[in-house]
Ligand binder design. Structure first.
Ligand SMILES: [Zn+2]
Ligand SMILES: [Zn+2]
Length: 258
């Protein structure tokens, strides 16, 4: 049965004790998955997990935007040349209260990684938390130079869905779309055309409802897919097929880089 986890952090220390079993369960459940970096070390670690049906994305999260130096960009560029590195991410903006990285530093780190993605003709995995207006202004500028992108762990309203679609980007839902109180998020999910929809776990975070509060792992994407199919009112098989096709279109497209 087709299914893809479009966003997980299998290199996270929470998987140190049983990573091989977690990957085994993952690949028993999904066709393939993408391990996402959030700083240089985790990006490196993501690339070491590459194997058949395990792909990687490399990038620096807005929490660590101050580390986006020219040297760091050179290392990301070098890592991104490996054939199974399929995107630059996760990158973006995060204005949540625990992030004390100044907004101008975040914007600078975001922009220079969007430049890198454009240079390498790689799609982008976008992180946004309480920073929608500034994020939209930057992506309005860059989207035409990018071969696609995904708004990961989508959180937002109808207007943000529309804006994201205007860039031709995909929209990915994580386990939080299954939470009983996530009524607005489910309303947003119903507005996403099936051909732009993705599912993810963001493991080890955001375990979906039946396993909420536990460590999340990629195999749990199945639970999010079931819930999302019910929300949208489509057959689970159709949702699996569509999201798998969409993920391949975004991440596994043939590219010509020079
Ligand atoms: Zn994120
Ligand atoms: Zn993530």
């Amino acid at each position: 049965m087709p299914l893809v986890d479009s966003h997980c952090h299998l290199q996270d220390a929470k998987f140190d004790d049983d990573r091989d079993q977690v990957i085994q369960r993952a690949l028993d459940t999904v066709e393939w998955l993408v391990v996402i970096g959030d700083d240089l070390a985790s990006s490196r670690a993501a690339t070491t997990l590459i194997r058949p049906n395990v792909y990687a994305a490399v990038g620096i999260h807005p929490y660590y935007a101050a580390t986006v130096t020219p040297e760091a960009l050179d290392e990301l560029r070098a890592m991104a040349r490996a054939p199974s590195v399929v995107a630059i991410g996760e990158i973006g903006l995060d204005y949540f209260k625990y992030n004390d990285t100044p907004r101008d530093v975040q914007a600078e780190g975001f922009r220079s990684q969007l430049e890198l993605a454009a240079e390498l003709a790689l799609p982008v995995v976008i992180h946004n938390r309480e920073s929608t207006d500034d994020l939209c202004a930057i992506l309005d500028e860059y989207h035409t130079r990018l071969p696609g992108g995904v708004m990961h762990c989508f959180a937002g309203d109808a207007a943000f869905v529309e804006r994201t679609l205007s860039w031709g980007f995909h929209i990915s839902f994580a386990g939080n779309v299954t939470f009983p109180k996530a009524v607005e998020l489910r309303d947003a999910a119903r507005l996403v055309p099936l051909e732009k929809l993705l599912v993810e776990t963001d493991a080890p975070y955001l375990a979906p409802q039946p396993v909420r509060g536990k460590r999340c792992e990629p195999a749990h994407v199945q639970l999010t897919a079931e819930s999302l199919a019910e929300t949208i009112g489509i057959d689970l098989d159709d949702l699996r097929t569509a999201t798998t096709h969409n993920a391949a279109e975004l991440f596994l497209q043939e590219r010509s880089t020079s």
